[in-house]
Design a protein around this ligand. Structure first.
Ligand code: 2AM
Ligand code: CA
Ligand code: CA
Ligand code: CA
Length: 281
């Protein structure tokens, strides 16, 4: 209903304010000594700041919206179930780019997405270091600091700049597929391939038209939710690596400005298998 849609507009305002505050906390913490530990693999890093910022975001939102549900990276790591129901659900990555954060490499973001009846309603991605704020609301467009965003219209993959991420799995088999996929694209040849260490900021570059496409295996729903809506509202495509519709929990994604470039990448990629986000490990 209209009243409901207006309610979500208010939630978006709250999301923006919460992301700005969280981003400031991340900015302040980057100067301080970090206590780093690892989760699933030695390269899957987490700091006290990740956990603290997620706690602050979720408690702020839960106080305002006690009936809503919350999915967050660090709460999921602590054993909370990661399931998307029809209830209004906030999908949160408190620090996207933890490895960058640990090294003070300035590509770190806070990501807050919001879904109702399993449909994304809005997304907010805040670049903690340069203060760039990306927002998108279903049916209302995508913006960067208030300026409308539009994806690249390039159809020719040989003129594309393509983004991806490496992920924490570094066993020889995974690396072979990863490097094989990259070799396939580099020998197309595309203009370039970039790895910036923050999947949400990479996806926002696709929304901005600064890159033609992004692909990745192994991302989680909190890496994709907010930015996926920002890209579709900027006129782009976010799909499964098999070419079907995006499944937020599948850990597979291709984002692109044009359908032609998405189709090309679908044909070239060899899959890397990860479990689903909504499955027990
Ligand atoms: P994070 O910093 O929130 O963990 C770095 O490679 C980028 O990929 C980051 O955005 C990181 O999010 C994300 N990422 C996290 N886990 C991943 C995985 N298993 N595979 C691929 N990318 C992952
Ligand atoms: Ca992480
Ligand atoms: Ca992330
Ligand atoms: Ca994170």
């Amino acid at each position: 209903s209209d009243a409901e849609a207006e309610g979500w507009a208010e939630c978006l305002d709250v999301a923006v304010r919460t992301a700005l505050r969280a981003g400031q906390m991340v900015r302040m913490s980057v100067m301080q000594e970090k206590r780093v530990s690892s989760k699933s693999t030695p390269t899957d890093l987490v700091t006290e700041t990740d956990q603290h910022v997620e706690d602050v975001i979720i408690s702020t939102l839960r106080e305002k919206y006690p009936s809503h549900r919350f999915i967050g990276e660090e709460s999921s790591a602590a054993g909370e179930k990661c399931v998307l129901t029809n209830s209004p659900t906030w999908i949160i990555d408190p620090i996207d780019g933890t490895c960058n954060f640990v090294h003070s490499f300035p590509m770190v973001a806070v990501s807050i997405g919001f879904a109702v009846k399993k449909q994304l309603e809005f997304g907010v991605v805040y670049h903690c270091f340069d203060g760039t704020l990306y927002t998108g609301r279903r049916g209302h467009g995508a913006f960067c600091n208030g300026v409308p965003l539009h994806v690249s219209k390039e159809k020719d993959v040989s003129k594309a700049l393509i983004l991806t991420e490496i992920g924490a799995k570094r066993d020889p088999h995974t690396l072979d597929i990863f490097l094989g996929n990259m070799k396939q694209l580099l020998s197309t040849p595309v203009h370039g391939v970039r790895i910036i260490g923050s999947s949400t900021l990479a996806l926002c570059q696709v929304a901005s038209g600064a890159a033609e496409a992004y692909y990745q295996y192994g991302l989680h729903c909190w890496d994709i939710a907010a930015a996926a809506l920002i890209i579709t509202e900027a006129g782009g495509h976010v799909i499964d690596t098999t070419g079907g519709p995006l499944d937020l929990m599948s850990r597979r994604v291709i984002a692109s400005g044009s359908q032609e470039i998405a189709d090309y990448i679908v044909q070239q990629l060899k899959p890397i298998n990860y479990g689903r986000d909504d499955e027990d490990p």
